[in-house]
Design a binder for this molecule. Structure first.
Ligand code: COA
Length: 163
């Protein structure tokens, strides 16, 4: 079972290749340009400054996934999250372990709602969020543009315990 750590202990840049693989090969991230080390460090530092977590799953000295949340809408207080698992580590419950740790963090922080925007056709991500008892709250039509098609994001939300 992988260990869950703060990204800064394992080195934030080690999440970079997971993100860039997702950008190059999937519609989980709708960017068309690869992200850079500089942008990744700035993102991690900004999350930390605002008190939000960036967590990694580490196994045999390697980072095999990461997860984070940040503000969805500043005034209302819900958080929006993401979770990424390295392709060769998918299907081994790493996503479940990361998302469980992230939910526990958000509950401890007192967040009331966690929201994910998920590509509706991406069965693994929808299944992961259903497993974690997220409810589908709205399908957006043709919001993205990637690989010559317009993906539909579905919003999935979880009302958190103890808030
Ligand atoms: C979505 C993602 C995080 C799932 O992580 P994972 O470690 O592979 O998933 P787990 O092994 O924890 O399994 C979680 C669920 O996904 C299902 N699943 C995993 N891989 C799957 C696949 N290729 N096709 C269909 N379902 C799949 C599992 O069966 C499980 O569902 P169940 O509870 O109904 O059995 C991973 O596929 C990923 O990183 N994808 C790219 C990034 C992304 O889409 N992130 C989500 C957007 S925020």
């Amino acid at each position: 079972m992988p260990a869950i750590r703060d990204a800064t202990e394992a080195g934030p840049p080690r999440t970079l290749e997971i993100t860039n693989h997702a950008i190059a090969h999937t519609t989980a991230d709708w960017s068309s340009a690869m992200t850079t080390m500089e942008a990744r460090l700035a993102w991690v530092n900004q999350r930390r400054r605002l008190g939000f977590p960036v967590m990694v799953a580490a196994e045999d000295g390697a980072v095999i996934g990461f997860t984070s949340y940040g503000e969805f809408r500043p005034r209302e207080g819900p958080v929006e999250h993401s979770v990424y698992v390295r392709e060769d580590a998918q299907g081994r419950a790493v996503g479940r372990i990361l998302l469980t740790a992230l939910i526990a963090h958000a509950e401890k922080r007192g967040a009331h709602v966690m929201i994910g925007a998920i590509e509706a056709r991406y069965a693994a991500s929808v299944a992961l969020h259903k497993w974690a008892v997220f409810a589908e709250t709205g399908l957006q039509r043709e919001v993205g543009w990637k690989f010559n098609r317009r993906p539909d994001p579905v919003f999935m939300q979880k009302i958190l315990a103890g808030s």
